[in-house]
Ligand binder design. Structure first.
Ligand SMILES: [Zn+2]
Length: 81
C-alpha cells in the first residue's frame, strides 16, 4: 500500500520575473507552405526570417504569428513546497 499526504494549496500566476526569461517569444509560420521561423525572443530575427522566406518564395506572402508569454505559478502564501 502506498500512502500520500495531500493538502490544498492556492496558487497565483504571474509573468515570470526571472531575468533570463524573455518577455515574449515570437514565431512566424508561412500560411502557404507551413514553414516556420522557429521560436525566439527577438522579434527582429523572426521577422527577418519572413522577409527571407518571401524573398526565396515570392508567392508566399501570408504569415501567422504565435506569441508566447512565460508565466510562473507560485503558492499564494509565498514560496512553499
Ligand atoms: Zn512558405
Amino acid at each position: 500500500m502506498t500512502r500520500s499526504v495531500l493538502r490544498y494549496v492556492q496558487w497565483t500566476m504571474s509573468p515570470d520575473p526571472a531575468e533570463d526569461s524573455p518577455e515574449m517569444i515570437h514565431e512566424l509560420g508561412c500560411g502557404t507552405c507551413r514553414a516556420t521561423s522557429g521560436a525566439g525572443g527577438d522579434f527582429e530575427a523572426v521577422r527577418d526570417w519572413a522577409f527571407a522566406h518571401t524573398g526565396a518564395n515570392p508567392s508566399h506572402r501570408r504569415y501567422h504569428e504565435l506569441i508566447w508569454r512565460v508565466w510562473r505559478m507560485a503558492p499564494a502564501g509565498g514560496e512553499g513546497p
